[in-house]
Design a protein around this ligand. Structure first.
Ligand code: NAP
Length: 495
C-alpha cells in the first residue's frame, strides 16, 4: 500500500508502539528510507539534510554534461516508476526532480529539515541524541544514517594550485551560471565525471585539455530520446513502466552485476564492447594513449558514446604527461610545457570511504565511531554495527555500489531496516545490534570472496580501501536482497 493516498490509512496499519526516528541525509537513500517508514505507518520521523535541498549527489553536482550513466528506468524506485523519462540516460536535473517529486508524493518532503547538518550523535538512556551544527538537538528511538558515499570532494595535492590566476573548481562544487564560452579549460581526471564533461566543454570552449593520469575503459552507451508516443503508452498502461524497470534490472544485474564479481562471459562481453569502442579511434598514437593496461571494470567502468569523438575534435587535447605543478598562467607538465588556461576543473573524485564523517558518534559505556572505524569503515551486512544499538545505515560500508543501481540498493536496505522497526513496534525487542563475532565472520567472508572480483585484478580505484580491499559487495544482487530479507536473528544482541 502506498502512503500517497492517505497518510492516516498507513498510520493505522501500525498497531504497536510508535517509534520516534531520525534519518540523516536526504539523497536517494534517505528518501527511500523515508518512504518505507511512511508506508509502515512510522510517520514520527524527522530527516535532517545539511544541504538546502534534497537529492544528495544530484543536488551537489551540476557540472556540464552531468547525467546518470545508469539507465533511468533502473535508477528509480521499483514501486514508483516514472512514465516520463526523457532519455535512456537522463540528465542530473531530471533525476533530482524525480526524487523531489517522489519524496513529495509519499509525504516525506515535509518531514525534512534542510540546512541542518548533524555534528554528533550519542546513545544514552535508551535513546539516540543528536546535535546539529546550528546547535539544535533532537532525540529518537532509532537513528538511521543515509549520508551517502561520494560526498566529500577530493582535492588533488598539486603544487602551486593556489597560485593559479584563473578559476579552480571541483566538479562537485560547480558554480551556477559559470560561463566557459571561448575559454581555455583544463579537466584534471578522467573518471566518469571528467569524461562526461569533455563533449559539452568542446561545444563551447576555445580549447579543452583532458589531463589523464591513467586511461579508462569506456563502454559505448547511445542515449536514446524517448518519444511522446512511448511516454503516452506508459501512462495508459502503467505496468509497462514496471516491465521496463525489471527488464533493465535483469540485463544490468546479469551483465555488470555478474561481470564485476566473477570471471566469465559477462566480463568478457563487457571487455569486447570496450575494445570495440576503443578501436573506433583511427589515430593509432591517440588510441595507444587511451589504452588501459588493466581489466575492464577494475576501475568503475566509464559509459560514454561521446568522449572518443569529442577528444578527437580540433579544440580538444589529451594530455598524458604527468602534471608537475600549476603556476599563475596554467598547468606545467613534467616535460616542462606550460598549458595556458583560464579555468581548471578538478574531476578528481571523492573520499569514498568516509561514510558519515565528519559526524562523530558515541555510545554510553560503549564504542566510539572514530575508534571502531580506525582501520576503515566496517559493518554487518552493510546496514548495522556491533555496539551501536538501534542504529542503521542506508548505503553503509560494502553496499553493492559497483554492482547494481543504488536506488535498488537503498530500497532493499530501507525495507530491511523498517522490518526491524516493526519488530520493535510489536514489542519484540528494546535494543538490537549485530554481534561482534557475526560482524567479524561476515567481514572475513567478504574479504575471502573479494578475491574473485574484478576490483582486485590490479588497478587503483575508489573501490579499494586503505588495505586494498574493495568496499563493495562480492556476491550477486539476488544474494544481497535475500540476505537482507532474511536476517539471522541469532546473529544479533537483542534486549
Ligand atoms: P574517480 O572515478 O575517482 O576519478 C578521479 C579521476 O581523477 C581519476 O582519473 C584519477 O586518476 C584522477 N586524479 C585524482 N587525483 C589526481 C591527481 N592528483 N592528478 C591527476 N589526476 C588525478 O572520480 P569521478 O570521476 O568523480 O567518479 C567517481 C564516481 O562517481 C564514479 O566512479 C561513479 O561511480 C560516480 N559517478 C557516476 C556518474 C553517473 O553517471 N552515474 C557520473 C559521474 C560520477 P587515476 O585514475 O590515475 O587515479
Amino acid at each position: 500500500m502506498g502512503v500517497s493516498e492517505s497518510e492516516n490509512i498507513s498510520s493505522a496499519a501500525v498497531g504497536g508502539r510508535k517509534p520516534r526516528i531520525i534519518v540523516i541525509g536526504m539523497g536517494l537513500s534517505g528518501v527511500a528510507m523515508g518512504i518505507r517508514l511512511m508506508e509502515a505507518g512510522f510517520s514520527d520521523f524527522t530527516a535532517y539534510e545539511k544541504a538546502e535541498d534534497l537529492g544528495g549527489t544530484w543536488h551537489y553536482n551540476f557540472y556540464p554534461g552531468l547525467r546518470c550513466d545508469v539507465p533511468s528506468y533502473y535508477y528509480q524506485y521499483s514501486f514508483s516508476p516514472s512514465t516520463n523519462w526523457s532519455h535512456r540516460f537522463c540528465g542530473g536535473p531530471e533525476i533530482k526532480q524525480y526524487y523531489i517529486d517522489t519524496a513529495k508524493k509519499y509525504h516525506v518532503y515535509e518531514r525534512i529539515k534542510f540546512n541542518s547538518g548533524v555534528k554528533h550523535a550519542d546513545y544514552k538512556d535508551g535513546q539516540w541524541h543528536i546535535e546539529l551544527e546550528n546547535g539544535d538537538t533532537d532525540s529518537a528511538d532509532f537513528l538511521i544514517a543515509a549520508c551517502g558515499i561520494l560526498v566529500r570532494p577530493k582535492y588533488p595535492d598539486i603544487p602551486g594550485l593556489d597560485d593559479f590566476d584563473g578559476k579552480v573548481l571541483h566538479t562537485a562544487r560547480w558554480e551556477k551560471d559559470l560561463d566557459l564560452k571561448d575559454l581555455n579549460v583544463a579537466v584534471i581526471g578522467n573518471g566518469s565525471t571528467g569524461i562526461q564533461m569533455i563533449k559539452p566543454l568542446t561545444d563551447i570552449c576555445k580549447k579543452v585539455y583532458s589531463f589523464q593520469r591513467t586511461p579508462q575503459w569506456i563502454v559505448p552507451v547511445p542515449n536514446r530520446k524517448y518519444t511522446a508516443v512511448g511516454k503516452k503508452m506508459q501512462q495508459l498502461f502503467p505496468p509497462l513502466s514496471k516491465f521496463y524497470y525489471y527488464g533493465v534490472r535483469f540485463v544490468m544485474e546479469r551483465m555488470m552485476g555478474v561481470g564485476v564479481i566473477r570471471d566469465g562471459w559477462a566480463r568478457r562481453n563487457v571487455a569486447r564492447a570496450c575494445q570495440w569502442n576503443l578501436n573506433s579511434i583511427k589515430d593509432f598514437a591517440l588510441r595507444k594513449k587511451l589504452t588501459p593496461d588493466y581489466t575492464p571494470m577494475c576501475k568503475r567502468l566509464v559509459m560514454s558514446s561521446e568522449f572518443y569523438p569529442a577528444i578527437q575534435r580540433p579544440n580538444a587535447q589529451l594530455v598524458t604527461e604527468h602534471i608537475d605543478h600549476v603556476e599563475a598562467k596554467g598547468i606545467v607538465t613534467e616535460d616542462g610545457k606550460l598549458h595556458e588556461l583560464d579555468v581548471i576543473c578538478l574531476a578528481t573524485g571523492y573520499y569514498a570511504a568516509e561514510h558519515m564523517l565528519p559526524m562523530t558518534m558515541a555510545v554510553e559505556n560503549g564504542p566510539k565511531l572514530e575508534d571502531v572505524w580506525k582501520g576503515g569503515p566496517r559493518a554487518y551486512r552493510t546496514v548495522s554495527m556491533p555496539g551501536f544499538p538501534n542504529f542503521f545505515m542506508v548505503m553503509g560500508p560494502n553496499s553493492p555500489v559497483g554492482n547494481i543501481s543504488l536506488a535498488s540498493v537503498a530500497e532493499t536496505q530501507s525495507e530491511h531496516i523498517t522490518n526491524f522497526i516493526k519488530m520493535w513496534s510489536d514489542g519484540k525487542f528494546e535494543t538490537l545490534a549485530p554481534k561482534e563475532e557475526a560482524t567479524e565472520r561476515f567481514n572475513k567472508d567478504l574479504v575471502e570472496n573479494m578475491k574473485d572480483t574484478v576490483w582486485t585484478t590490479g588497478c587503483a580505484s575508489w573501490y579499494l580501501d586503505e588495505s586494498g580491499v574493495p568496499v563493495s559487495w562480492p556476491w550477486t544482487a539476488n544474494k544481497f536482497r535475500d540476505d537482507l530479507k532474511h536476517p539471522k536473528l541469532y546473529e544479533y544482541e537483542i534486549s
